[in-house]
Design a protein around this ligand. Structure first.
Ligand SMILES: [Zn+2]
Length: 50
């Protein structure tokens, strides 16, 4: 089965800014303030499968 886009929360390791992106449709963004790559913080699942 094809995986639907997965909502993930990413955060900036420098300033702590968080954004929600959908992978794999969207790339992990860089922080607009610090211009550093943001890191994946949490997967946001609609259904709890575990
Ligand atoms: Zn930042």
């Amino acid at each position: 089965m094809a995986e639907p886009n997965q909502a993930v929360e990413v955060c900036c390791p420098t300033c702590g800014r968080t954004e929600i992106v959908y992978i794999p449709k969207e790339p992990i963004p860089a922080c607009p303030d610090c211009r550093r790559p943001m890191v994946l913080r949490e997967l946001l699942r609609e259904g709890k499968s575990y």
